[in-house]
Design a protein. Structure first.
Length: 460
């Protein structure tokens, strides 16, 4: 049995429920042994604690699926804005009374039931070359753990992997497929090329009295090598999955299908017979940087389906435990929107500018628009602010290396503007051009030259 939550909500597992053995007949000791799980230094997969009411299980800023220790139960965390589907599981949260929950459950026009379209966010991030190159540590998959059985409609992992693979493959196809040397075995007539495969030659020719033929192996330089064959195989799996599960992609289905149709013609003359030995011993070419990522994403997809294409159409499936870092995805989405809206000034927009162990999200160095931007995936900024976050972004603005990047001398008594960007589904802006940002940002009155700005995220 599973426990379903939306991001940053919690549920109390009472002592009386455990004593009555309702929770899948798990003992108290099993629940007492569960520990909080971290995704990275700034985010938890989930937080687990004990209080006077029982055990409190709280989702943090990641979405995903995982086992709860050895209790036999699993936790399923959905995107933060999706509070409606969580109510269908009759889960009470600390943040609002039961009467308010009932109101939101029955009123589907209520803005609190928005479901965040994380796939559209990923599509936008991967469509922009600058943000696509920054994707790393966005997802963690535990392939060694026992898979968790869920309905196909609840699968968050596979659509994410498919979109990631297809968008990277599209970038590769646009540039042109990699060419490399690969071996070909052929029964040649009246000539010899490469080396003679003696065993095959005897079987195919000598024993059959074909004395004018020679079975040879030689190298060819072209696109039909092991890596491209592997990519074609994964593309076929992805195409089958998208066709059989259109509802999982929602409004993104047309864009994804367009990407598939764009990629397919490039693989027309490439076979999909993959030799594992050739693939394992292929050498990484730094000139084709995208190949390393797309091969990894492709291996995840094939491993996810057990290398069986019929699994793409099943309604129930087993998914390995996984977690997606939503704060990281939000940072990349904001960066991709800024790059898209400022094509002329994109060289003045620096992502993850690092100095002395610090990495600020975005630094804008264009004169007249200089600012330090921190993307915070927190809804608290809709009605207030967090002092800890403001101290953090203000600290970035005081770094000497940041001031040097903005061409500010040490004697210049200039305070750099600080901006916190947060998600706002109702009143947020979508155009992130520098002028629009400057015109729409709101000053945080308690601080000097510190602002906040809500950004509207795609929703289902």
């Amino acid at each position: 049995m599973g426990i379903r939550l939306s991001e940053h909500t919690s549920v109390i597992l009472g002592f009386d429920v455990i004593d009555n053995d309702v929770l899948n007949q798990c003992t108290y000791a099993l629940f007492d042994s569960i520990q909080s799980k971290r995704f990275n230094q700034s985010s938890h997969c989930y937080v687990y604690s004990k209080n006077e009411k029982g055990f409190e299980l709280k989702a943090d800023y990641c979405i995903g699926l995982d086992w709860l220790g050895k209790t036999g139960r699993f936790l399923y965390v959905e995107p933060k804005i999706n509070s409606y589907s969580a109510r269908l599981f009759n889960i009470k949260t600390e943040s609002e009374p039961h009467e308010k929950q009932e109101e939101r459950t029955t009123d589907k026009t209520n803005p609190y039931i928005f479901e965040l379209d994380y796939l559209k966010m990923l599509l936008h991030v991967t469509a922009i070359a600058e943000s696509n190159s920054e994707i790393n540590d966005l997802i963690k998959i535990d392939w060694n753990a026992q898979p968790i059985k869920i309905e196909q409609k609840d699968d968050r992992l596979t659509p994410f992997l498919v979109v990631r693979f297809l968008q990277t493959l599209k970038a590769i196809v646009r540039k042109g497929l990699k060419k490399d040397y690969y071996k070909v075995q052929e029964n040649l007539s009246n000539r010899v090329k490469g080396k003679i495969l003696v065993s095959q030659h005897f079987k195919q020719n000598v024993f059959k009295n074909r004395f004018t033929n020679t079975y040879c192996e030689y190298q060819v330089f072209g696109e039909d090598h092991a890596e491209n064959r592997f990519l074609k195989k994964v593309l076929q799996f992805s195409n089958s999955y998208v066709e059989n599960n259109k509802n999982l992609f929602g409004s993104n289905h047309q864009d994804i299908q367009h990407t598939i149709n764009f990629c397919l013609p490039a693989f027309t003359h490439i076979t999909n017979q993959v030799n594992d030995y050739e693939l394992k011993h292929s050498k990484y070419n730094p000139f084709y940087k995208d190949y390393k990522e797309v091969l990894q994403a492709g291996s995840y997809i094939l491993k996810r389906f057990g290398y069986n294409i019929t699994q793409t159409a099943t309604q129930k499936l087993a998914v390995p435990p996984f977690w997606i870092d939503m704060p990281r995805l939000f940072e990349l989405y904001v960066y991709s929107k800024m790059i898209e809206a400022n094509p002329v000034n994109k060289k003045d927009i620096h992502f993850q500018f690092s100095t002395y162990g610090n990495a600020l999200d975005i630094l804008v160095s264009k004169p007249g628009f200089q600012m330090v931007i921190d993307a915070k995936y927190k809804l608290q900024y809709q009605s207030g602010h967090l002092h800890e976050d403001i101290r953090q972004v203000a600290g970035y603005a005081r770094l000497n290396k940041v001031r040097e990047k903005l061409n500010l001398e040490e004697e210049d008594n200039v305070n750099i503007d600080c901006l916190i960007i947060y998600p706002d589904m109702e009143n947020g802006i979508e155009d992130l051009s520098l002028q629009t940002i400057k015109d729409n940002r709101k000053k945080i009155e308690a601080y000097y030259k510190v602002y906040k700005l809500g950004v509207k995220l795609p929703w289902i």
